[in-house]
Design a protein around this ligand. Sequence first.
Ligand code: UDX
Length: 446
Amino acid sequence: MPSAPLALSTCSDQTVCVIGAGYVGLTTAVGLAEDGRQVRLLEIDEARLQLLREGRAPIHEPGLDEVLTRVLRAGHLEVVQDITEGMAGAGIAITAVGTPPTVDGEADLRQVERALAQATEAAGEGAVVVIKSTVPPGTTARLAAGRRRGHGTPPLVMCPEFLREGTALEDLRRPARLVVGGDDRQACARVAELFSRGGTPTHITDSTSAELVKYGSNSFLALKISFINELAQLCEATGADIESVADGIGADPRIGRGFLNAGLGYGGSCFPKDVRALENVAAYHGPSFWMLQAAIDVNAQQRRRFVGKVASALGGAVEDSRIAVLGLAFKPGTDDMRQAASIDIIRYLADLGAVVTATDPVAIERATPLLPGIAMLADPYACVTGADAVVIVTEWAEFRGLDWDRVGRLASRRLVVDGRNCLDGRELARLGYTYVSVGRRSQTPD
Ligand code: UDX
């Protein structure tokens, strides 16, 4: 006997239910609570639920723990496990669950579909349901069409997120722009009002266009990265300096300097997944999107090229060389290891017979099970002791701040191979190092 339908309580946009406590859902819930909304964060994973209730974020995101504790204490955020409790009185429900890639690179939508069905079932009168998860173009329209029609079915709105790991809270507090897509203009306006922060440029459109903005934005940024990495190859062949080239190109306001940092290419939970998903969508609909495959190929090759650079810096003698890898996380500011360059690079080096040690300010715990047999040392000075080469894989500020003369005394050789062009080669040369980087001339001891 189905349970009696929930009494249709009046809903208010002052109350928001966020479904999924990953870095998008958790940051969104905490940011909205900080903004004074009454937020219920729905999480089904027991371990994660316990951590959250203790005010501890299950992910490393600068500043998140402090704000999470504050909004829990203020009663603006509640962590719940039951959708009915989460949706009671909520004017807006936000699904921020994962859309991991399937084996052939398509987005797995099962979590989204389940969350949508639950939210729709529990929604009160006048509620709006938002998809914030990254879903292929056409998904929101298809899901909206497939739902039970009739009175009380909440409108569906697509509102892509543009949060960067490591700066997610800031990106939520000061969004560069908002994109909201759906066929119910009033529902879109309500969602825009929820996320707008003092006149944020807002684009209200249809849901499919909003979905494509998300894929297009990430893919274009990935293209910029692969472009500058290809240009770095040309710099190495011609003796140009990729940092100067990037500065010159980026000075054009039509291009912008951002995402023109040559190095080991992109990783993380979004770019690799979104670029491949967009390529899949394009292939399905027919138009070829050759540039995406090129970006993917360049990115994969960048890691192999870098290992070759390390090998040649060692004179080809990688076997039995001791190599200290500084940086494991896919980028600074996070402990996220998804598609991190360090995984491929360390595996390649180990396959060539190198003895690898590694360090990272926050990602060692997540990296350890991914790299069995690799010595992980929290102390970077212990990590570099006896090293024939020190290799920079993640551009943590902590590594720039090391006492590099002390590093040189601890290492067996003063050789640095900088995969992120984040150190000062001339300064290192003055300290007696040979400094090799990407797209720039090597620096040798004076
Ligand atoms: C990205 C998008 O920026 C964000 O808008 C979206 O919501 C999620 O995906 P994120 O993956 O957290 O955010 O990190 P980002 O700072 O974009 O870097 C992505 C990858 O590109 C990292 O591996 C980074 O090392 C690499 N990168 C970035 C470069 O190699 N060169 C650059 O110039 C910039």
